[in-house]
Design a protein around this ligand. Structure first.
Ligand code: SPV
Ligand code: MG
Length: 299
């Protein structure tokens, strides 16, 4: 990670990732919550690693900024984590984030208890992830869920230090507080060189610059694309039902040209033109005389 805070935006498909890149974000967060919701299932360890990988791979292929994949608790034990790292790396994903929760994980904002794995068990997963990667630039983020699970700042710091020392390239401190106070306190007390990542979903009064000044190196706006889309689609569908037609919404929705641009249609047409120009303007090779090649042997 370079100097300055990295601003990442959550996405659940290649189109969302392109919108994030177009808006000027530095990285894409392949969000487990968004991907689960887009499949109509809870973010509770229901989708498989392969399903998450497929989406993350599409995103990585669609943008030129890094994609960081939310890999929940690593889909199993250290062996699963090692396999996971190799697969995400091969799919062109820049890095993964794993969290210290038990399988099946529950989304951090869901009501009900949150169970953590023992510190050393999670440190083993981080070691396994770092050992498995082939590209030295691949990033492994260790996510601390202590505050989410009802533990205190000291527990969170203790876990974070162990994960950083086990080789995590960064730690992510998560919280569902409505005030940034404890996250700012964590940043103030952090005593390792490794960067800290934050996710201000519920403590949204802070800006990226506030977090940067407090020492955070990456901020993830994890689910705002999904929530914006759900709101906009709901309103549009209701308006169409109310008006019994689309006249009232035409001005408010993206044009087909915008959609085509996001699909790279102009590029596709330009490429097709170039290649067809070549076949029209260049003399074609003389047809191969099949008979002469496969002459029957002299009797
Ligand atoms: C996600 O986007 O799936 C995350 C962040 O893990 S959160 O939903 O805040 O737990
Ligand atoms: Mg998640």
């Amino acid at each position: 990670m370079g100097p300055g805070i990295i601003r990442a935006i959550g996405a659940h498909d290649a189109l969302g990732a392109r919108l994030g890149e177009q808006a000027g974000f530095d990285a894409i967060w392949s969000s487990g919550l968004e991907i689960s919701a887009s499949h109509g299932v809870p973010d509770a360890g229901i989708l498989t690693m392969t399903e998450m990988l497929s989406v993350a791979g599409w995103m990585a292929g669609a943008v030129s900024i890094p994609v960081i994949a939310d890999c929940d608790a690593g889909y199993g034990n250290t062996t699963n984590v090692a396999h996971m790292v190799r697969r995400f790396e091969a799919a062109g994903v820049a890095g993964v984030c794993i969290e210290d929760k038990v399988f099946p994980k529950m989304n951090s904002f869901m009501p009900g208890p949150q169970k953590l794995v023992p510190i050393e068990e999670f440190a083993g997963k981080i070691e396994a992830a770092k050992y498995a990667q082939r590209n030295p630039a691949f990033v492994v983020i260790g996510r601390i869920e202590a505050l989410i699970a009802g533990l205190d700042l000291d527990d969170a710091l203790r876990r974070g230090r162990v994960y950083a020392d086990a080789g995590a390239d960064a730690v992510l401190i998560h919280a569902k507080d409505t005030s940034p106070e404890r996250i700012l306190a964590f940043l103030g007390a952090w005593d390792r060189e490794k960067p800290v990542v934050v996710v201000p979903t519920t403590y949204w009064s802070v800006t990226g610059s506030d977090l940067e000044r407090a020492g955070a190196r990456m901020v993830i706006y994890a689910n705002h694309g999904l929530r914006a889309a759900v709101q906009a689609v709901t309103e549009t569908f209701q308006a169409i039902r109310r008006a019994d037609g689309t006249a009232t919404v035409e001005e408010c929705i993206a044009s087909l040209e915008t959609i085509f641009a996001l699909q790279n249609v102009p590029q596709m047409l330009a490429d097709a033109d170039r290649h067809s120009t070549r076949s029209n303007s260049q003399p074609t090779d003389p047809p191969v005389e099949v008979e002469s090649v496969y002459e029957s042997p002299e009797p």
